[in-house]
Design a protein around this ligand. Structure first.
Ligand SMILES: Cc1cc2nc3c(=O)[nH]c(=O)nc-3n(C[C@H](O)[C@H](O)[C@H](O)COP(=O)(O)OP(=O)(O)OC[C@H]3O[C@@H](n4cnc5c(N)ncnc54)[C@H](O)[C@@H]3O)c2cc1C
Length: 435
């Protein structure tokens, strides 16, 4: 094995989260030998949901690096300057960057990083006396530590799984092939951002003119993402550090209560939707072929001829309703998943009572292997680090936290000034010091 195949850190996957670690590791600060393996030849960010008029829920300064290394050459601003569109970007006064532009930024970063191997899927990871052995499409590597960044898996309700196909699909597949909704009855299930993006595109005829378009949500209404200042304090290192120290049941309660801070629909998308509905059905007077059904939980799906019948239960009355559909799209989110290539090590990872990985403060998974070899996991700690964990907001800080831990020193300065909110109880001693 050549020296370049012996690594301090091997990354499985190079989606934005591991890519952020790769981008920060590509500096003189850590001096770590790293390599991140990405199975896609041409990295596109969630290609199955790359739809027209879809935007980031997060500010563009929360890119791969800026929060901890604003002088990095892998920032979104560097991308703009290198593409000679810095001034036009400013003139466009974009509230949020389009997903297409952010995806292009990620691809630009991935292609220029020498520690990212594109088109090289990880096939197997094993542990022997000298550390991890990683077999990829292109060769064998040895690594001291791993970073798991293979993302989440689309989640469908059990009753829909058996009928999964080209007309009963998860939102994450919608843009993968050409689709034709012309003359069809289309039902979208799920009241989050993906449901909204799909409903709006269907309403605008992106896949042809549907005969009927119904949008079903378990939520009480089509609810906005809370992007206000104090709510955004949940997306700070200070809050996240304190959160990690809370008991499991307290963390679960807080995450549930904070749902709309991370899982609502952007106010801009809601406004576009409302205006589109108003224009078509109130101004132009089209017969009302598109309708919204909040407060309904989808509970069953069955075949009916060439189509489906979706059954819902009303959240206020308990009434059951039945929707005939030719196409049902489930925008029902994603669930945690460890990749098959890790099968040998998976049973050695500790799980909590809910089956989630047990993560330490530096995102290291608890396992029964030697302490000299750690397995870090990104996008796997909503239960341990809070609602920011599956989001882009803190990825640069998390990446620096992991790299500092591996480097064994503060390669990145993560110290902060005191914030305005006291999240934790103040001991009497601290009160005395504060006065
Ligand atoms: C449509 C959509 C929009 C989102 N928008 C936002 C937003 O605006 N703001 C926000 O904060 N968050 C957003 N999120 C949440 C989150 O930021 C993203 O899901 C983000 O992509 C998570 O990054 P990741 O690196 O963990 O996983 P992924 O992006 O899923 O990347 C995982 C990568 O691992 C690769 N891989 C898998 N298995 C292997 C293997 N065996 N070998 C090699 N490579 C492998 C995959 O090809 C993939 O590229 C969004 C999520 C979705 C689905």
């Amino acid at each position: 094995m050549s020296d370049s195949n012996v690594l301090d850190l091997a990354g499985l996957g190079a989606g934005p989260f591991n890519l952020s670690i790769a981008a920060l590791a590509d500096s003189h600060l850590t001096r770590l030998a790293t390599r991140f393996f990405e199975r896609r030849h041409d990295p596109v960010w969630h290609p199955g949901l790359m739809l027209p008029d879809t935007h980031l829920q997060t500010g563009f300064l929360k890119d791969l690096v800026t929060a901890v290394a604003p002088d990095s050459r892998h920032s979104f601003l560097s991308y703009l300057v290198e593409h000679r569109r810095f001034y036009r970007f400013l003139n466009a006064e974009l509230g949020t960057v389009s997903r297409a532009e952010f995806s292009d930024y990620l691809g630009w970063a991935a292609r220029r990083l020498e520690n990212v191997a594109l088109g090289e899927a990880v096939r197997e990871v094993r542990l022997d006396a000298r550390g991890f052995r990683i077999r990829t499409d292109a060769g064998d590597y040895r690594a001291r530590h791993l970073s798991l960044g293979t993302g989440k898996r689309p989640w469908l309700p059990d009753f829909a799984e058996a009928l999964r196909g080209s007309h009963c699909l998860h939102a994450a597949e919608i843009a993968r092939t050409q689709r034709d909704f012309s003359g069809r009855r289309v039902v979208v299930v799920g009241g989050g951002q993906s449901g909204a993006d799909i409903f709006l595109n269907a309403l605008r005829g992106h896949w042809g003119q549907p005969r009927e378009l119904h949008w079903i949500s378990r939520r009480r209404n089509f609810e906005p993402l809370d992007e206000t200042a104090f709510t955004n304090e949940y997306f700070t290192p200070d809050y996240t550090r304190g959160f990690h120290g809370l008991p499991r049941e307290v963390r679960a309660r807080e995450v549930a209560a904070q749902k709309l801070a991370s899982d609502g629909i952007t106010p801009a998308a809601l406004q576009s939707l409302y205006r589109e509905l108003y224009h078509r059905f109130d101004v132009l007077g089209e017969p009302r072929w598109a309708r919204l059904f909040p407060h309904r939980e989808a509970v069953a799906l069955s075949r009916s001829g060439l189509g489906f019948v979706l059954t819902t239960q009303h959240g206020l009355t308990g009434d059951r309703e039945h929707f005939n559909a030719d196409v049902v799209v489930f925008a029902t989110g994603f669930c945690s998943h460890l990749p098959d290539c890790l099968a040998e090590l998976t049973p050695r990872l500790e799980r909590d009572a809910h089956g989630e990985l047990v993560l330490g403060p530096h995102f290291e998974a608890s396992w029964d292997g030697p302490t000299a070899h750690r397995i870090y996991a990104v996008n796997a700690g909503r239960h341990s680090h809070g609602i920011a964990e599956p989001q882009l907001s803190l990825m640069a800080w998390r990446s620096a936290t992991i790299l500092n831990h591996i480097a064994g020193h503060q390669a990145f300065d993560l110290s902060e000034n005191e914030g305005p909110i006291e999240w934790q109880p103040i001991t009497e001693q601290r009160w005395v010091q504060a006065i």
